[in-house]
Design a binder for this molecule. Sequence first.
Ligand code: COA
Ligand code: MG
Length: 303
Amino acid sequence: MTHRLRRCHISVPGSNEKMLLKSTKLDVDVVIIDLEDAVAPSEKENARNLVAHLLQQETWRAPTVSVRINALSSEHCYQDILHLLDHDGAPSARPQTLILPKTQRSSDLLFVDQLLIQIEARRGLDRATGLEALVEDATGMLNVGDIATACERLETLIFGMGDFAASQRIDTLNIGDQGGYAGDLWHYPRYQLIMAARAHGLEPVDGPYANFKDATGHAADCTAAKCLGMTGKWAIHPDQIAPITTCFSPSLEAVAQARAQRTAYEAALAQGLGAVSVDGVMVDQASIKLAAPLLAQAALLGL
Ligand code: COA
Ligand code: MG
């Protein structure tokens, strides 16, 4: 699977040319161009044509550009895929990944996978388009383990809390907030999706927090998602990019602590010891497993 930085993914409505052009200049890991819920039904075809055109004309500063296509249940899904991929433009004029919304079972992804296999063969493309599954209703969440096994090109499972809340009739009106709930409203579905993703070598990604003026609530939401094991989170507004990117990057303190643990553990091993005390904390092989992804990300980011 292609390794990508996946801390912050900003969504941009595919019908809004001004925002799309602005998104080319954003310093962010992933730009998601949306053809689904942020595009009015009357604008679906215009948006699709605009996005296919801009992908041929523009280059994005973000290393990854993804497109959220329309759901299988709509009449737009296969047309979206054909317009974005089945053309004779350069390979770079195609999105790196497609995001399938409202994924309910692994066979949903197989449909897209099979279509992509045919297009890639017809166009002689050697770079496979990645696939990402938005799991965002009760049916999808019950099938999340099966969804995670769908096909090799699947890269992420994304938790979409807006549609999920609607499907379960959760009592909230702002996507991503806690409603009136005293605990952590999203703990259970997030946990399920993260376990399914990690069990199958996929990256779990958290959906958006719609109230972009509420920096405090957004920060708490980022921290909750990060603590449970999410790799990154969607943004819907440029102001959310910096807080999300910072939250999902290793802190310098954590990197220093992980390095100290690794150094002490290696010294212990050389003396035939499997466990050692570092600043009053027991460190053994499991601690090194905890530190490994953090140190790998730090190396990738040059920290
Ligand atoms: N991508 C790129 N640029 C964006 C942006 C986005 N997601 N959201 C806002 N901007 C730009 C605006 O165009 C504006 O640019 P300007 O200063 O050059 O005029 C600037 O950032 C400030 O925007 P602001 O005025 O604060 O917000 P807004 O009222 O223009 O837009 C939203 C608010 C919510 C409509 C807009 O952020 C949006 O459409 N977000 C994405 C929605 C989406 O993709 N939903 C589906 C996935 S959940
Ligand atoms: Mg949705």
